[in-house]
Design a protein around this ligand. Structure first.
Ligand SMILES: Cc1cc2nc3c(=O)[nH]c(=O)nc-3n(C[C@H](O)[C@H](O)[C@H](O)COP(=O)(O)OP(=O)(O)OC[C@H]3O[C@@H](n4cnc5c(N)ncnc54)[C@H](O)[C@@H]3O)c2cc1C
Length: 460
């Protein structure tokens, strides 16, 4: 437990009403979206960069580990408290510090909710492209730490592509500023790109300067049904080989379609649908018919059952209904979802999905796959009953086989969810020892006593 001296120091730096060590609060902050729980010793709610710097210096002096936290929506245990650690919640740092439409940038504190940034940008005809599915409640600090992304990544890229600069505090309480306010800049090492995706292991990010883009004028959507996975994924390859880049290219396999049937969201799919693509284009209204025609041409091929298009808001919402109902529907299959977030080169996606199908079938396991096919990013969900030891062991075999296959296909362990506690076991399979050695040395430079989010990212 925290010493009285450390607790008193935190209270004096933040105010007594921003430091909680009662059982109820520690219980609330004991987990993220993963099923494991570890109660922190206390939870701190700083309200400014200066308070974060002060608490980091106290933690350094008393050698207290810190677990940074946004909304706790991460699915890899990134915000799972390390035993004996103190959670630093950024939810009270919600100020928009500057909105500068003329220079297409916005400066926000780490606790601002992601969709809020997009909403403000749109008020001036701009937009913030990264669109994680959790955007209505996750916070930009968590997005930055995990390099979050969403369907629009296929055209617009990921969080890292929209960060001009950061303000942050390292493990010994040193305050740093990285990057600049311009879209070009090559002065010094690119610490901004290093901190983005570092999972809270290098620094506590307090403020971010984000790049915005002009908002596209219009959007059009295609819902495309196929007789099988391979037909759909071959179409994905064809789409990614031609000139029109869609702003979403999402895939659902047959188990995902089966999962939504009880909700009624699959009722208007043609009989025999075993795979689905959601494809979206954006841009000037008069250019959309040209883009959609090019995409339709690429999407047509063997196994195509139906292609429906929507240009108006209501029609678009209707077409997305099947995909949007998926998250909730999947949870009805089994009490626990082991969620993987692998990526392979787009041309290898069909092979990976075939492999997953065969392996899951051989082990009699329910595995639902869907994801951001245009990036080769597949969410593989192993649906299990945690009390069934035999099923859990089969799930472990399937899980490990899938990750090894992904690496063999030239892929990577995580596209957007990060490593956290859950995927550490496999990191050394992807990153070679000399490279991991440099990463560990960088970690020591930022965090000499290993106080920032210990037990995450690195293998033991
Ligand atoms: C329904 C659902 C849909 C999702 N869809 C997507 C999706 O489409 N794309 C996607 O990328 N992810 C998705 N996620 C995962 C998750 O929402 C993202 O990883 C998100 O970026 C986490 O943000 P958060 O604020 O909840 O962070 P948390 O979960 O609280 O933390 C995530 C990580 O960031 C660190 N961290 C948080 N704040 C800071 C800070 N200020 N400084 C340093 N480190 C910090 C934490 O220590 C932790 O390691 C989804 C999750 C759910 C539940």
């Amino acid at each position: 437990m925290l010493s009285d001296r450390a607790l008193a120091a935190f209270r004096s730096a933040l105010g007594a009403d921003r430091v909680f060590d009662d059982a109820a609060t520690r219980g609330v902050y004991a987990c993220d979206e993963t099923p494991r729980r570890v109660e922190p010793d206390a939870v701190l709610f700083p309200t400014s960069h200066d308070e974060v710097a002060a608490l980091a210096r106290i933690a350094f002096e008393h050698r207290i580990a810190l677990t940074p936290r946004g909304a706790g929506s991460g699915n890899v245990g990134g915000a799972l408290p390390a035993p004996g650690s103190v959670v630093v919640s950024f939810e009270c740092m919600r100020r928009v510090l500057e909105f500068d439409p003329a220079n297409r940038l916005i400066v926000v504190e780490a606790g601002v909710v992601t969709e809020e940034i997009d909403r403000i940008a749109r008020s001036a005809g701009l937009f913030y492209p990264p669109d994680p599915g959790s955007g209505a409640y996750c916070r930009i600090g968590g997005n930055l730490a995990m390099n979050a992304a969403g369907p629009r990544a296929v055209k617009y890229g990921v969080t890292r592509d929209y960060v001009l600069g950061l303000r942050a505090v390292t493990g010994d309480g040193t305050e740093i500023r990285t990057g600049c306010r311009t879209t070009k800049g090559v002065t010094g090492y690119d610490l901004t790109r290093l901190l983005v995706g570092s999972g809270g292991t290098l620094a506590l990010i307090t403020e971010a300067t984000l790049k915005l883009l002009p908002a596209p004028e219009s959007v059009a959507t295609l819902r495309v049904c196929y007789a099988g996975n391979r037909a759909a994924l071959d179409a994905v390859s064809r789409v990614m080989q031609q000139a029109v880049v869609p702003c979403a290219l999402e895939f659902m396999d047959h188990r995902a379609i089966d999962a939504i049937r009880p909700t009624g969201a699959a009722d208007d799919l043609p009989p025999g649908t075993r795979a689905l693509l959601m494809v979206e284009a954006d841009g000037a209204a008069q250019d959309l018919p040209r883009q959609i025609a090019a995409l339709q041409q690429a999407l047509a091929g063997e196994g195509l059952l139906e292609m429906k298009s929507g240009f108006e808001r209501d029609a678009i919402v209707q077409l997305w209904a099947a995909r949007k109902s998926l998250s909730h529907a999947v949870k009805q299959i089994a009490p626990l979802k082991i969620n993987e977030d692998v990526v392979v080169p787009v041309s290898q996606l069909a092979d990976l999905v075939d492999f997953i199908d065969h392996t899951a079938h051989a082990q009699q396991l329910a595995v639902v796959s869907f994801g951001h096919a245009g990036n080769g990013n597949l969410h593989v969900n192993l649906m299990v009953h945690p009390d069934d030891a035999d099923e859990m062991e089969r799930a472990r075999l399937v899980h490990d086989a899938i990750l090894l296959r992904v690496l063999a296909l030239g892929g990577t362990l995580s596209g957007e969810h990060g490593i956290g506690t859950e995927k550490r076991r496999f990191v050394a399979r992807e990153i070679d020892p000399p490279t991991l050695g440099i990463m560990r040395a960088i970690k020591l430079q930022f965090d000499p006593h290993g106080l920032l989010n210990p037990g995450k990212l690195f293998p033991d």
